[in-house]
Ligand binder design. Structure first.
Ligand code: UDP
Ligand code: MG
Length: 316
């Protein structure tokens, strides 16, 4: 591997055996044609299929390095592990499923160099995902814009370029529940966004069932702001005030129309009660999300553990 690496490509891999050969065959020519010295770092995030074996084969190529994690730590922890071993001046992250076309990478690097940016984000043009994926992501993008104060439009697209300094600072943050594109905005000042193509997943299926997706969005929101807690607090105050007003209205109506009317209103009260009980549970759930994350942090377990690193020189 070249001593002075200009560009590192960091790719987390979790059960992507169907995509890896095609990814390599498209990525290598793009990088070779870019005229930059480069390295490609694949992180095997505890895959249970043949991905690791395929990746180990790849390391015959001097540009490719493979980091094997001891188990599945999640996409963002895997990228962090990749950051910890990469040495390029510009670090590009991307998915292994070819939803981010490798052909877009030179564009990212060019924009970063010409504009002297710290972070180059991307907006997925013609996004190839289902409506049920796109709608929540629109909402979450809006929330992320609010809480980070950075006007980026597409936080979910992982095809991004970061300057070395930003990556170094991100590695210093030993956070479990993290969302890298948002974390980068804490350290990068000059940020821009460009449009990139988006393709359908090449093979296999998404590793994000709804449960994991919701959890990741909570990482994004909860790791960067206490906005949901505040929202609940103010919402709670507003709701109690409304409750008191309701009580007064009901009391007045009872006095005016008598007890028979009030008894008939019992079900309405139940309905209102259910709404409040529901809200309380919701509030508890949100608090739980935060407490769960605090619990993860105080245990001080490592965010990821590297089992082995493979390169053309063999096991390191
Ligand atoms: N990934 C990972 N660990 C996980 C889940 C996903 O390293 O626990 C990787 C996966 O191999 C892919 C990227 O993260 O390279 C994005 O995952 P996926 O395509 O499943 O997400 P989606 O595109 O559906 O949001
Ligand atoms: Mg994908």
């Amino acid at each position: 591997m070249a001593d002075n690496v200009q560009v590192s490509i960091v790719i987390p891999v979790y059960n992507e055996e169907k995509n890896l050969p095609v990814l390599r065959d498209r990525l290598l020519p793009v990088m070779q044609g870019s005229g930059k010295s480069f390295e490609i770092i694949f992180i095997d995030d505890g895959s249970s299929d043949n991905s690791l074996v395929i990746l180990q084969e790849f390391t015959r190529n001097e540009h490719i390095k493979v980091v094997e994690l001891t188990r599945n730590y999640g996409q963002h922890a895997a990228i962090m592990a990749g950051f910890s071993v990469c040495c390029g001046n510009v670090v590009v992250t991307m998915d292994a499923d070819l939803q981010n076309p490798p052909e877009e990478i030179p564009k990212l690097i060019k924009v970063m160099e010409e504009g002297n940016y710290d972070v180059v984000g991307t907006i997925r043009k013609g996004r190839q995902d289902s409506f049920f994926r796109i709608l929540p992501s629109k909402i979450i993008n809006m929330v992320a814009r609010k809480i980070t104060g950075v006007g980026m439009h597409d936080w979910g697209c992982m095809l991004r370029a970061y300057r070395r300094e930003v990556v170094e600072r991100m590695i210093q943050c030993h956070e479990h529940a993290t969302f890298i594109p948002a974390l980068a905005t804490v350290f990068g000042k000059r940020i821009c966004e460009i449009e990139v193509n988006h393709e359908e997943r090449h093979g296999g299926k998404s590793n994000y069932p709804l449960r994991k997706l919701v959890n990741l969005q909570f990482d994004l929101v909860a790791s960067f702001s206490d906005f949901p807690i505040k929202l609940i607090m103010y919402g709670g105050i507003g709701l109690s005030f409304l409750g008191v007003c309701f009580g007064i209205v009901l009391a007045v109506a009872r006095l005016a129309y008598g007890a028979v009317w009030a008894a008939d209103g019992v079900f309405t009260l139940f309905a209102i009660l259910f709404v409040f009980v529901g809200l309380q549970f919701f509030a508890l759930g949100v608090l739980g999300e935060y407490i769960g994350r605090i619990y993860l942090e105080v245990r001080k377990r490592p965010e990821y553990v590297i089992e082995d690193i493979y390169s053309a020189k063999g096991k390191e």
